[in-house]
Design a protein around this ligand. Structure first.
Ligand code: GLN
Ligand code: ZN
Length: 737
């Protein structure tokens, strides 16, 4: 029984790559020093994986920023505007921009929290192997071999690359990057020949795009690509790696008809992977690399499940090898660095390093004679029923109007105000024991008082306390709910040098005590204007955490929802009349395949409604979402039945509003009138123009005026200026109508 993994974290157990890269950007170290750190990290990963007993070690999983960007460089698909630059300057300019050049777009890697740099392909793009025999995968293969480690270079597959790319601005109508597939495949053919020439026995081509719904043309393209690459006279053996979901039977049939030697299948993300494989009669002439260890979550694998999957697979493949379900990039590096975890929780966990050891142990387990295990039965799913507010829209609107007395085009913000150096210092001081709890509370209250005064001076209608006490909108609640654990160093790369430390939701969620009431009521005590309470919704609490996998997500979301429901009751009892439940991750968790979306949306919307439906008619429930492409979640947004929904809209010129109306949304709406992602201060005329556009779709008594998102990443001068202009814009449009 052989073992491998599809990829490994590249940042280092102590985030060495992050710090070296940021030092390089700051001019504190030169390119040679950065490269020394990079080479050390590569070496330690390769030797560690080999010494752990893996049979096949991947290479080219290292990247200074992102593997998709590396591919863009490798095939010389660099857009013209960056070509005046060279080397690392060019590379980092594409990743993060320069004073003159904006960066390439960045977006989420499938449904993970990793972000890749989106390739921009023009109809005239000419692919070529930019560095020939010195191309990065060849160089890394040779580098590992010099260290005595035989590796399997990992490449982003050509189909995935082009399907993730976008057409360059100004492309002829109808042009899609996929049109250039055949020419890209010739570049990959050359690369495979070079890898073979360098001595590589295997190469891994990642095609996670197979976990999405593919059209006929794309499925045919898959067959064409791998027939061509499989048919090369001189090439390494090919492992075609799929992950993040089941592969459709049609795609499996195309793959079966090629000469690729091995196919990696994700048996964790499934469901349906084994069923799909069985439905096409398996891959009897190929090796199946069975992704049994979850590359996206932190739990140890269940040996019984692995054994039963293995038993099924044996009849469906020529040989079976054990692997991670996807690259281990998505989990923290090493559990051994954690010192404070509850031992009972810790015993259930495996980070990247521990997952490698698990694979080796699972393989040994499968080789030892074991009684056959009966596969666990799927648990019956409870149908989700939507909870409803006590009264319908009209009654609520009237009750809230009577209580709150807000003007048309009411102004507010999304919750956070700038997180200043003083706020961060106070938090760090509390953690380090330099100040006590009382001093911390005093510092936060002073900040809240300042923010309340500022909002009154600005003339905003609905105030917020500013969220100074929150390190992060999920972590803050995770720290207060039972059933959640925090790590000290469980960092995961989100993009480039940005790493996040998701909390671990390991058990039943309960709320031992109110979480936000003291801060919110303190803020309310300072003003006669309504202060909006601020909570993070159930879906977002799950999306930005590692979540237990021993019960359906729907059940876990329900538990979080019940805790929030109690919090809302407490806020109401304390006199808070407006409560916002943020769900910025609602779209993020949307399944990759259309068929899986309805059940997801049922529990996601159900959880939001369970959290909020206990609120009195006169309590105004807000929600907030921040993304520009809403696509399939417009009618689910209506289903949330929040009294007011704020959304990102400034960068897309309010164009979403008519669609939202058409999807049945008839409550209050706050389309962001200015983009908070940049320090630019828009004029009040600009914002007034946005409001007038919005008024074409939404009547004034339902239209709210707010920025696109929270202000925590901004500085005060631009925030004050922008909010001043925003209030002016609202007043102008109110009176000028
Ligand atoms: N209330 C949060 C804030 O203002 C919302 C953040 C978000 O949408 N990501 O920071
Ligand atoms: Zn937002």
């Amino acid at each position: 029984m052989k073992t491998t993994i599809l990829g490994y974290p590249r940042i280092g157990a102590r985030r060495e790559l992050k710090f070296a890269t940021e030092d390089y950007w700051a001019g504190a170290i030169d390119a040679a020093r950065l490269e020394t750190t990079a080479a050390q990290l590569r070496r330690s990963v390769w030797t560690e994986l080999r010494d752990a007993g893996l049979d096949a070690v991947p290479s080219n999983t290292f990247s200074l920023y992102d593997q998709v960007l590396d591919t863009t460089v490798m095939i010389d698909a660099v857009p013209a505007r960056y070509r005046a630059l060279t080397g690392l300057d060019r590379y980092f300019a594409m990743a993060r921009g320069t004073a003159e050049l904006p960066p390439l777009e960045m977006t989420k890697w499938f449904d993970t929290n990793y972000h890749y740099i989106v390739p921009e392909i023009a109809s005239g793009t000419r692919f070529r192997l930019a560095d020939g025999s010195a191309a990065k995968p060849v160089a890394e293969y040779l580098e590992a071999r010099r260290l005595g480690v035989e590796t399997r270079p990992v490449l982003v597959g050509p189909l995935t690359y082009l399907l993730l790319a976008k057409a360059a601005p100004g492309s002829p109508a109808g042009f899609a990057p996929l049109d250039l597939l055949d020419s890209l495949v010739e570049t990959y053919a050359e690369l495979l020949e070079r890898l073979a020439g360098a001595g590589a026995q295997w190469v891994q081509l990642d095609e996670p795009v197979l976990a999405r719904d593919l059209g006929v043309r794309e499925t045919e393209a898959l067959g064409r690509v791998y027939r061509r690459l499989g048919g090369l006279a001189s090439r390494p053996k090919i492992l075609l790696a799929t992950y993040f979901g089941a592969v459709a039977p049609e795609a499996l049939r195309e793959i079966a008809a090629t000469d690729v030697e091995a196919v990696a299948l994700d048996l964790v993300a499934g469901p349906g992977t084994l069923e799909a494989l069985a439905s096409v009669g398996g891959l009897p002439r190929k090796k199946v690399v069975a992704g049994v260890v979850d590359g996206r979550n932190v739990w140890r694998a269940d040996p019984a499940r692995v054994r039963s999957a293995y038993a099924v697979l044996l009849g469906l493949a020529d040989t079976v090898e054990l692997s991670s379900s996807c690259s281990l990039l998505h989990v923290p590096v090493d559990l051994d660095t954690e010192t404070a975890l509850d031992p009972a929780v810790r015993a259930r966990l495996a980070f990247a390093r521990q997952k490698v050891a698990e694979l080796v142990a699972l393989a040994a387990d499968l080789e030892s004679p074991n009684p056959p295990i009966t596969p666990p039965k799927a648990e019956p799913r409870e149908p989700v029923r939507f909870d409803a507010r006590r009264s319908g829209r009209e009654v609520r609107v009237a009750a809230q109007r009577a209580r709150l007395g807000l003007p048309d085009l009411a102004t507010t913000t999304i919750g956070s105000f700038p997180q200043t150096a003083e706020i961060r210092t106070a938090r760090a001081d509390l953690r380090a024991g330099r100040i006590d709890e009382a001093a911390y509370v005093e510092a936060m209250q002073a900040e809240i008082a300042r923010v309340i005064r500022l909002q009154e001076d600005l003339g905003l209608d609905v105030l917020v306390h500013g969220e100074p006490e929150r390190n992060d909108m999920v972590q803050y609640f995770a720290e207060q709910l039972d059933g959640y654990a925090a790590t000290e160093a469980g960092w995961v790369q989100s993009y480039g040098t940005r790493c996040v430390r998701p909390p671990i939701l390991y058990g039943d969620i309960t709320r031992p005590r109110p979480m936000t009431v003291a801060w919110t009521t303190y803020a309310q005590s300072l003003t006669s204007k309504p202060v909006k309470g601020m909570l993070t919704g159930p879906v977002t609490m799950l999306a930005w955490s590692f979540v237990r996998d021993d019960q359906p997500l729907a059940e876990t979301a329900r538990q979080v929802a019940l805790a929030l429901r109690d919090e809302i009751t407490d806020l109401e009892a304390a006199g808070i009349g407006i409560i916002q439940v943020d769900e910025p991750a609602l779209r993020e968790l949307l399944p990759l395949r259309a068929a899986d979306r309805e059940p997801y949306l049922a529990w996601a919307v159900g959880a939001f409604r369970l959290a909020t439906s206990g609120a009195a008619d006169a309590t105004q429930i807000h929600t907030h979402m921040c993304y520009s492409e809403f696509g399939e979640i417009l009618s689910p947004i209506a289903d949330l039945d929040a009294d007011v929904t704020s959304i990102e809209a400034a960068r897309s010129n309010m164009e979403l509003l008519p669609y939202l109306q058409a999807a049945g949304y008839a409550n209050g709406i706050g389309p962001g009138v200015y983009d908070i992602h940049s320090p630019r201060v828009p004029t009040s005329e600009e914002m007034a123009a946005n409001l007038r556009t919005a008024l074409q779709a939404v009547p004034a008594d339902r239209l709210w005026v707010n920025p696109d998102c929270g202000l925590k990443t901004r500085a005060y001068p631009e925030t004050e200026a922008a909010l001043t202009n925003m209030v002016t814009a609202a007043r102008t449009v109110r009176t000028g109508r």
